[in-house]
Design a protein around this ligand. Structure first.
Ligand code: BGN
Length: 372
């Protein structure tokens, strides 16, 4: 028989252990693990019920799609609202993900990263334009999430990666101009989504279709506490029809390095006689993949001065003056990869033999001089 004293000792030890466990569980890392286990035990995902706060697996209901009967005679239009939309999506970045895995999980995506619903005629044709350099790791995660996300929305879509050749300072907006023109060569897209590679949408009610006015989709990013950082913010993810794009003469070509180009684009929207629309903060949520400022994308010190002149410059610099040279165009299984030479601030330096493009990573001597 245990004495009262030792019974009390065991009781305190037990309570102590509970306290430690609770303290550990309340730390963020453990919270995630607990949510993970709760999700495993929850069977109702994808059944159209209310979802947990952390969201559902973006692939939860895709198997239904791949089992959809092949179209018979005439295809009817998809419904106005896709029945596969579920709301919040759980976004995490597990290590070890490979492109081959992403490919296996998206059996209906075809060459060039193209997709159309198997069981109905989509009401929308959307191209996703992603400026890129040295972010393969982010790209893998974006592809993992964006493909099923767009399939849930029953879109006819294509993914374009616009890869800046060479090592000269990055130019996000000019790459978007390239993406616009090159994507439109492929297909009569009715909407273009200009998308940062490190932003993952967290709610599939944020539909990737265009509005009557240019749409800023990334209204609520985790890095800004899921709030709009300032009213005119137009960065991250935006959506324009070809007509919107041409009305504002596309995007500026002369913002080299980080910052300001998205503000310029925002100003162009109103200079083109339009206004910015946005989804609700509840729906336009994005998780950013954490990273440091890239090499070759230093903060642009000229951006303040340039921004103050947008009103004078927008018609003189934009889609009508975008000069570039396509180095390669590859229709890969999960995306179309367009590698492009966009030159430097001094202009586009045509390689000596235009027919034999230089390898993408060869920085030309005059570019190096300009950079230092
Ligand atoms: C702003 C940047 C944007 C950037 C957002 C969010 C400028 C111009 C200075 C007036 N704009 O400050 O380019 O997307 O922050 O990080 O730097």
């Amino acid at each position: 028989m245990l004495s009262i004293q030792s019974k009390l000792r065991y009781l305190f030890m037990f309570l102590g252990v509970q306290l430690v466990v609770m303290a550990l569980l309340s730390r963020e890392g453990y919270q995630k693990r607990v949510t993970y286990f709760i999700r495993i035990f929850r069977k109702s995902e994808g059944a159209g019920h209310n979802l947990s706060v952390s969201g559902s697996d973006v692939y939860a209901n895709l198997s239904v799609l791949s089992r959809a009967p092949p179209s018979s005679e005439v295809m009817t239009y998809c419904p106005q609202t896709s029945p596969y939309i579920r709301g919040p999506i759980h976004v995490s970045f597990p290590s070890g993900l490979t492109l081959a895995q992403v490919q296996r999980k998206n059996p209906l995506v075809v060459r060039g990263g193209r997709y159309r619903p198997p069981d109905c005629e989509s009401r929308h044709r959307t191209a996703i334009i992603i400026p890129h350099r040295n972010r393969e790791h982010h790209l893998k995660f974006l592809l993992y999430y964006i493909h099923p996300f767009l399939q849930r929305q029953q879109l006819n879509y294509g993914i374009y990666i616009i890869h800046q050749a060479g090592n000269y300072t990055f130019n996000r907006a000019k790459l978007m101009n390239v993406g616009f023109r090159e994507a439109m060569r492929d297909e009569d897209w009715d909407c273009l989504f200009f998308h940062d590679v490190d932003l993952i949408p967290e709610d599939d009610r944020n539909t990737y279709v265009c509005d009557a006015n240019p749409k800023h989709a990334a209204i609520a990013m985790d890095k800004f506490g899921y709030k709009l950082p300032y009213n005119l913010y137009f960065g991250g993810v935006s959506a324009l029809t070809p007509l919107h794009y041409l009305k504002m003469n596309g995007f500026p070509n002369n913002y080299w390095g980080w910052g300001g180009e998205d503000d310029d684009i925002g100003v162009r929207v109103s200079l083109g006689g339009m206004h910015i629309t946005r989804p609700s903060v509840k729906v336009g949520r994005y998780k950013m993949i954490k990273h440091k400022l890239d090499k070759g994308n230093d903060i642009n010190p000229k951006r303040f001065n340039m921004l103050s002149k947008t009103r004078q410059s927008w018609k003189l610099d934009g889609m009508n003056t975008a000069e570039y040279e396509i180095i390669s165009r590859k229709y890969l299984p999960l995306y179309t990869n367009i590698t492009v030479e966009i030159g430097t601030e001094a202009g586009l330096h045509t390689p000596p033999a235009a027919a034999q493009p230089a390898p993408p990573d060869s920085a030309k001597p005059d570019q190096k001089q300009l950079k230092s």
